[in-house]
Design a protein around this ligand. Sequence first.
Ligand SMILES: [Zn+2]
Length: 94
Amino acid sequence: MGFKSNARKRRDESAASVDSKKSEEEYIGQVKCDVAGCNNWADKKVGGRKLAFDRAADVWGESGLSRDSRRITVCKSCYRAWKKAKKDEPTEWS
Ligand SMILES: [Zn+2]
Protein backbone atom coordinates (compact mmCIF):
# COMPACT_ATOMS: atom_id res chain seq x y z
CA MET A 1 0.00 0.00 0.00
CA GLY A 2 2.67 2.45 0.97
CA PHE A 3 4.76 1.43 -2.00
CA LYS A 4 2.04 2.17 -4.52
CA SER A 5 1.37 5.73 -3.45
CA ASN A 6 5.06 6.48 -3.34
CA ALA A 7 5.58 5.43 -6.94
CA ARG A 8 2.74 7.53 -8.20
CA LYS A 9 3.96 10.58 -6.39
CA ARG A 10 7.40 10.34 -7.90
CA ARG A 11 6.05 10.12 -11.43
CA ASP A 12 3.94 13.24 -10.99
CA GLU A 13 6.90 15.23 -9.85
CA SER A 14 9.18 14.38 -12.73
CA ALA A 15 6.53 15.10 -15.32
CA ALA A 16 5.81 18.51 -13.93
CA SER A 17 9.39 19.64 -13.57
CA VAL A 18 10.45 19.32 -17.19
CA ASP A 19 9.25 22.31 -19.17
CA SER A 20 7.06 24.46 -16.97
CA LYS A 21 9.84 25.33 -14.56
CA LYS A 22 12.67 25.91 -16.99
CA SER A 23 11.01 28.34 -19.38
CA GLU A 24 10.58 30.76 -16.55
CA GLU A 25 14.29 30.95 -15.87
CA GLU A 26 15.67 31.03 -19.36
CA TYR A 27 14.38 31.07 -22.87
CA ILE A 28 14.78 27.73 -24.62
CA GLY A 29 15.28 28.32 -28.29
CA GLN A 30 16.04 26.12 -31.23
CA VAL A 31 18.88 27.97 -32.92
CA LYS A 32 22.20 28.67 -31.28
CA CYS A 33 24.41 31.60 -32.11
CA ASP A 34 27.22 30.55 -34.40
CA VAL A 35 29.81 32.89 -32.98
CA ALA A 36 32.40 30.81 -31.18
CA GLY A 37 32.15 31.11 -27.42
CA CYS A 38 28.70 32.65 -27.53
CA ASN A 39 25.97 30.54 -26.01
CA ASN A 40 23.03 32.78 -26.68
CA TRP A 41 19.98 31.71 -28.58
CA ALA A 42 19.65 33.10 -32.06
CA ASP A 43 16.03 32.35 -32.78
CA LYS A 44 14.21 34.96 -34.79
CA LYS A 45 11.89 35.41 -31.85
CA VAL A 46 14.71 36.71 -29.69
CA GLY A 47 16.34 38.91 -32.28
CA GLY A 48 18.58 36.41 -34.04
CA ARG A 49 19.81 37.26 -37.52
CA LYS A 50 21.25 35.39 -40.41
CA LEU A 51 24.48 36.58 -41.94
CA ALA A 52 26.52 35.47 -44.89
CA PHE A 53 29.53 33.59 -43.60
CA ASP A 54 31.99 35.85 -45.40
CA ARG A 55 30.52 38.98 -43.96
CA ALA A 56 30.53 37.55 -40.48
CA ALA A 57 34.09 36.34 -40.94
CA ASP A 58 35.10 39.93 -41.65
CA VAL A 59 34.32 40.71 -38.05
CA TRP A 60 34.98 37.51 -36.10
CA GLY A 61 37.35 35.74 -38.44
CA GLU A 62 36.74 32.27 -39.79
CA SER A 63 38.02 30.67 -36.60
CA GLY A 64 35.67 32.82 -34.58
CA LEU A 65 32.66 31.16 -36.12
CA SER A 66 31.62 27.75 -34.95
CA ARG A 67 29.83 26.77 -38.09
CA ASP A 68 31.27 26.58 -41.53
CA SER A 69 28.32 27.14 -43.78
CA ARG A 70 27.42 29.87 -46.22
CA ARG A 71 24.96 31.43 -43.88
CA ILE A 72 25.35 31.55 -40.17
CA THR A 73 23.00 32.64 -37.45
CA VAL A 74 23.92 35.14 -34.79
CA CYS A 75 22.15 36.26 -31.66
CA LYS A 76 20.89 39.75 -31.07
CA SER A 77 23.94 41.00 -29.21
CA CYS A 78 26.39 39.52 -31.71
CA TYR A 79 24.41 41.07 -34.50
CA ARG A 80 24.70 44.42 -32.79
CA ALA A 81 28.43 43.99 -32.45
CA TRP A 82 28.65 43.01 -36.09
CA LYS A 83 26.60 45.98 -37.18
CA LYS A 84 28.79 48.29 -35.18
CA ALA A 85 31.93 46.86 -36.73
CA LYS A 86 30.43 47.20 -40.18
CA LYS A 87 29.07 50.66 -39.65
CA ASP A 88 31.33 52.28 -42.18
CA GLU A 89 30.37 49.96 -44.96
CA PRO A 90 27.25 50.24 -47.05
CA THR A 91 24.53 47.81 -46.07
CA GLU A 92 24.02 45.37 -48.83
CA TRP A 93 22.67 42.22 -47.27
CA SER A 94 19.30 41.03 -48.33
ZN1 LIG B 1 26.04 35.50 -30.13
